[in-house]
Design a protein. Structure first.
Lengths: 314, 478
C-alpha cells in the first residue's frame, strides 16, 4: 500500500514535487501521467526512500520513507528510468546478484531467475553479456530485476518502452497478474493505451502538482464534463416517436441525428458495450417498437461507443 | 556484525568481478606491477656502479627504501581510476540507482566500493614490492631494516586509502567521469608533493620524522574516509546538483544563512550571531584547553632548551647576544608610533589565514597556526624570565593584558569557528549537499568574523597602539 500526504521535494530554488497526495491500495495500479520533468521520477524516488521529502510524508508498504528507508527499499521493486544494468555481467549473474542484494536463499534465487528469464523470453540469452542485449531485452531484464524478490510494491517507470508489441503484451500481462496477487503498483507512463488497459487509478502530474486523479471515467468526467451522446438514424426520424432512456436528455436534433448530455445516465451505465461496437455507425438497427441505437460518447475526438436502449417508433 | 558486513562484501565482490573483466583497469595494473620492479632494479644497478666509484654507501643504503616506495606507488595510481569509475562512472551510466534502491545502508555501499578501490591496486602494489625484494636479494643488496619496511608498507597503504577516499569525495560531487578526472588533479598533485617530502625523509634517514609522516598521512586518510561517509548519501548521488557553477544560488544561500532572517542589526546580533556562537561553544572550550597546553609546552620548551643553549654557548656568542639585546629599541620610542591600522590588519590577516589554512586541512593547519600564536606568548614569557626581567608577571601583564583581553578572545573565537567547520565537514548532514554545507559553514564563519572578531581586533589595535605602551612604561618605570 502507498499513502502520501503533501509530499514535496525542493532542489535549491526548484520545487520539483509540490504537495502530492496519493493513496494506492494492494491490488490496485496507479498510473502517474505527466510530461518529462513533471516530477514523476522525483516522486518515485521519494517513494523508494532514495530522496528525502522536503515537506509532507509518505508511507510505503506500511513503512515511513524517512524513518524506515531500509524497510521501504526491501519491500519495493523498482524499474528505473535508465535500466541501470551492468554490461559486463550475464543475465544470470545479474539476477543472482540482485537476488543476493534482497537476501534470497540460493535455491530461491535460482528458481526465480529461471522463471523470470523464461517468462520474458530471455532464457536462451541468459549466459550472454548484457552489453550484447538489444534495448528491449535490457528493458525486460531490468523488469525481471525489479520482480526478483517478489516485492509487495512495484514502482515501474515506463515499463514497456522500447519493447516490441509481443513483449509489451507479456509485460502488461505480468503486471495484471501481479495486481491480482494483491501487489501495489505505480506505473509512470506516457503510453495512454497502456494506462487505459492497466490502471485502476490515474494521476496527472504537471509541474510537480497532481492536477487531477481518479479512475479513468472519473477523470473523463472531471476533465471533459458529462459525456455527450449522439444517436444517428439511418433515415429521417420522427422525434415524437422517440423515448429516451432515463437521464439522457435531448440537446439538439437534426433530421437524422440526436445529441444530448448524458450525465448520470442510468441507461448508459447499464448498456451492453459489446453489442454496441458493431452497430454504432449504422444508427438504429432492427425495428419495431424497441430498437437498439448506437450511442456515441464524445470525448474530444477519441469517440467511444456505448449503447442504450431507446424506444423508437417511427 | 557479519550480517552488517555482508552487503559490503557483496558490493565489493561484484565490483571486483567487473574490474577483472575490464582490460582498461587490468592492463595498466599488470604492466605497472611487473615492469617497474625490473626497471627500478636496473636503475639501482646503474646507481650502484656509479656510486661505488665514490664510495657513497650511505646513498646506496637509502636508494633501496626509496625504490620500494616508488614501486609501491605506481600500481596504486590505478586506484584513482578504479574509484572514480566505481562511483561517478556508475552514476553516469545510471547503474547506481538500482544499487541505491537496495536495502543497504549508505555506509555499506561506501565501504564496499572503498574496499575494492583500495584492495586490488594495493595487492598489485604489494606484489610489485615483493618482486623487487626478490630481485635485490638476488643481487646481494641489503634489505631495509624491519622498521623501515613496516613504514614503507604503511605509507603505501596510506597512499592508496588517501587517494581512494579523496576520489570518492570528488566522485560524490561530480556528475560525470570527465569532471571527476579534472578534479582528480587535486589528489594527484598533493600526493606527488607528499611523496617528494617522504623521499627526502627516506634519504635523510630520520626514522622518527618518517613515523610522524606515516601517522599524518594515515590521519588525513581516515579524515577523508570520514568525509566520504558523511557525504556519501543517496540524496546527493541522485540530486540535481550539476557541475556548473551556480553563483546566484551560491550567493543566495550564503546571504540567507548570513542574514539568518534578522530584521535589524540588533536582532542579527542577538539571535543570529548568538545562535552561531552557541554552536561553536564546545569548540571554544577546546581552544581554551589547547591554549593552556600550548602556553605550557612553549614555556617549558624554551626554559629547557634555550637555557641549556645559553649555558653551553661560547663566551663570544654570549657577548654577541648581549650586544643584540642592547640594540633593542627603547620602549618609550614606541609610544605614539605604533600604527593601529597596521596592528589591526596584521591581526585580521592572521585570523583570516587560520580560516584559509583550516578550510584546506579539516581545520588541522588552522589549529596549528593558532597554537603557534599562543605558544609565542608562553615562549616570550620564558625568554624574559631567562633574561632576568624584574617584576616579570606585572610587566608581562601590563604589556599583554590591556589589548590581549580583546585580541586573544578574538583569536580564540576565530580559531574555534575553524575547528567547528572542520568537525562539521566530517559529520553527516542529512538532506544537504556538500556545497550547501560548505556555504552554510562559510556564512557561520563570516558572521562571527564580521560581527565579533573584527570589532574585537579593532578595539585591541587601538588599545595596543595608544594605551598599552603607556601602561607598560609606567609599570617598568615604577
Amino acid at each position: 500500500m502507498i499513502e502520501t500526504q503533501d509530499l514535496s521535494k525542493q532542489f535549491h530554488d526548484f520545487l520539483a514535487v509540490d504537495g502530492v497526495d496519493l493513496s494506492v491500495q494492494p491490488g490496485q495500479i496507479l498510473a502517474l501521467l505527466g510530461q518529462n520533468g513533471a516530477g514523476k521520477t522525483t516522486t518515485v524516488r521519494m517513494l523508494t526512500a532514495l530522496l528525502h521529502p522536503s515537506r509532507g510524508w509518505a508511507r510505503v508498504a506500511g513503512y515511513d520513507v524517512v524513518k524506515n528507508g531500509h524497510d521501504v527499499r526491501a519491500s519495493v521493486g523498482v524499474l528505473t528510468e535508465q535500466h541501470g544494468l551492468y554490461m559486463r555481467m550475464t543475465a544470470v549473474e545479474y539476477l543472482d546478484f540482485f537476488g543476493q542484494v534482497y537476501s534470497l536463499a540460493p535455491a530461491a534465487r535460482k528458481a526465480r531467475s529461471e522463471n523470470l528469464l523464461e517468462y520474458f523470453g530471455l532464457a536462451e540469452a541468459a549466459k550472454r553479456r548484457i552489453g550484447e542485449y538489444s534495448k528491449g531485452m535490457r528493458q525486460k531484464l531490468a523488469l525481471a530485476r525489479a520482480m526478483i524478490h517478489e516485492p509487495g510494491v512495484l514502482l515501474l517507470d515506463e515499463p514497456t518502452s522500447a519493447m516490441d508489441p509481443e513483449s509489451a503484451r507479456l509485460v502488461r500481462d505480468e503486471i495484471a497478474r501481479l495486481r491480482s496477487s494483491s501487489r501495489t503498483i505505480v506505473i509512470c507512463s506516457h503510453n495512454l493505451t497502456e494506462v487505459e488497459a492497466l490502471a485502476d487509478k490515474i494521476a496527472i502530474i504537471y509541474r510537480g502538482r497532481i492536477l487531477v486523479q481518479g479512475t479513468l471515467d472519473e477523470l473523463k468526467r472531471s476533465v471533459l464534463g458529462a459525456p455527450e451522446y449522439e444517436i444517428r438514424f439511418a433515415e429521417a426520424w420522427n422525434a415524437g416517436g422517440l423515448e429516451l432512456p432515463k437521464g439522457v436528455e435531448k440537446l439538439a436534433e437534426t433530421p437524422t441525428s440526436l445529441k444530448g448530455p448524458g450525465g448520470g445516465a442510468a441507461g448508459v451505465e447499464s448498456a451492453d458495450s459489446q453489442t454496441a461496437v458493431g452497430r454504432s455507425r449504422h444508427g438504429v438497427s432492427g425495428g419495431g417498437s424497441h430498437a437498439r441505437a448506437g450511442v456515441f460518447e464524445g470525448d474530444g475526438g477519441n469517440k467511444r461507443t456505448r449503447v442504450c436502449s431507446i424506444n423508437y417508433d417511427p | 556484525m557479519f550480517n552488517k558486513l555482508r552487503p559490503v562484501m557483496l558490493v565489493a565482490r561484484r565490483e571486483l568481478r567487473d574490474q577483472f573483466r575490464d582490460w582498461r583497469v587490468l592492463m595498466p595494473m599488470v604492466i605497472l606491477t611487473l615492469s617497474f620492479p625490473f626497471l627500478m632494479n636496473e636503475f639501482a644497478k646503474q646507481a650502484v656502479d656509479f656510486l661505488n666509484q665514490f664510495d657513497a654507501n650511505l646513498i646506496l643504503d637509502r636508494l633501496v627504501p626509496f625504490s620500494i616506495m616508488i614501486i609501491g606507488f605506481f600500481p596504486i595510481t590505478v586506484s584513482l581510476v578504479v574509484a572514480l569509475e566505481s562511483f561517478v562512472g556508475e552514476k553516469e551510466r545510471g547503474t547506481i540507482e538500482p544499487l541505491l534502491s537496495a536495502p543497504f545502508d549508505d555506509w555499506q555501499l561506501y565501504f564496499g566500493k572503498l574496499l575494492v578501490g583500495v584492495a586490488t591496486p594495493l595487492i598489485a602494489s604489494y606484489l610489485s614490492i615483493g618482486l623487487y625484494l626478490i630481485l635485490i636479494a638476488q643481487q646481494g643488496l641489503n634489505f631495509p631494516p624491519p622498521a623501515v619496511m613496516l613504514q614503507l608498507f604503511l605509507l603505501t597503504t596510506a597512499h592508496a586509502v588517501l587517494m581512494v577516499s579523496a576520489a570518492i569525495v570528488i566522485s560524490v560531487q561530480s556528475t560525470s567521469v570527465k569532471a571527476a578526472n579534472l578534479l582528480a588533479s587535486f589528489i594527484v598533485i598533493p600526493v606527488a608533493i607528499l611523496m617528494q617530502g617522504e623521499a627526502v625523509m627516506l634519504f635523510w634517514g630520520n626514522e622518527q620524522v618518517l613515523w610522524l609522516a606515516v601517522t599524518g598521512v594515515l590521519i588525513i586518510a581516515l579524515l577523508l574516509i570520514r568525509v566520504g561517509i558523511a557525504h556519501f548519501q543517496r540524496e546527493y548521488l541522485l540530486g540535481r546538483e550539476i557541475d556548473t557553477l551556480n553563483f546566484r544560488w551560491m550567493l543566495k544561500t550564503f546571504w540567507l544563512n548570513f542574514i539568518g532572517g534578522a530584521r535589524s542589526v540588533r536582532d542579527w546580533y542577538g539571535r543570529v550571531l548568538g545562535a552561531s556562537l552557541r554552536r561553536i561553544a564546545p569548540a571554544m572550550l577546546f581552544m581554551l584547553l589547547i591554549a593552556g597546553v600550548s602556553l605550557w609546552m612553549s614555556y617549558s620548551w624554551v626554559k629547557d632548551n634555550v637555557a641549556d643553549a645559553i649555558s653551553h654557548a661560547s663566551a663570544e656568542d654570549r657577548a654577541k647576544l648581549e650586544e643584540n639585546l642592547g640594540e633593542l629599541p627603547d620602549l618609550s620610542s614606541l609610544r605614539g608610533h605604533l600604527n593601529p591600522s597596521f596592528l589591526f590588519l596584521n591581526n585580521t590577516r592572521a585570523v583570516a589565514f587560520i580560516f584559509v589554512a583550516g578550510m584546506f586541512s579539516f581545520s588541522v593547519l588552522g589549529i596549528l597556526i593558532y597554537m603557534i600564536n599562543i605558544a609565542l606568548i608562553g615562549g616570550l614569557y620564558a625568554v624574559f624570565e631567562l633574561l632576568g626581567v624584574q617584576s616579570l608577571p606585572l610587566v608581562f601583564l601590563a604589556g599583554v593584558a590591556p589589548h590581549g583581553v580583546f585580541e586573544i578572545p578574538a583569536l580564540m573565537i576565530g580559531s574555534a569557528v575553524v575547528l567547528y567547520i572542520g568537525a562539521a565537514i566530517v559529520t553527516p548532514q542529512t538532506g544537504k549537499s556538500m556545497g550547501e554545507v560548505i556555504l552554510e559553514l562559510m556564512a557561520d564563519w563570516a558572521k562571527i568574523f564580521v560581527g565579533l572578531v573584527v570589532p574585537l581586533l579593532a578595539v585591541a589595535a587601538l588599545i595596543e597602539a595608544y594605551v598599552t605602551p603607556g601602561i607598560l612604561l609606567s609599570v617598568m618605570g615604577s
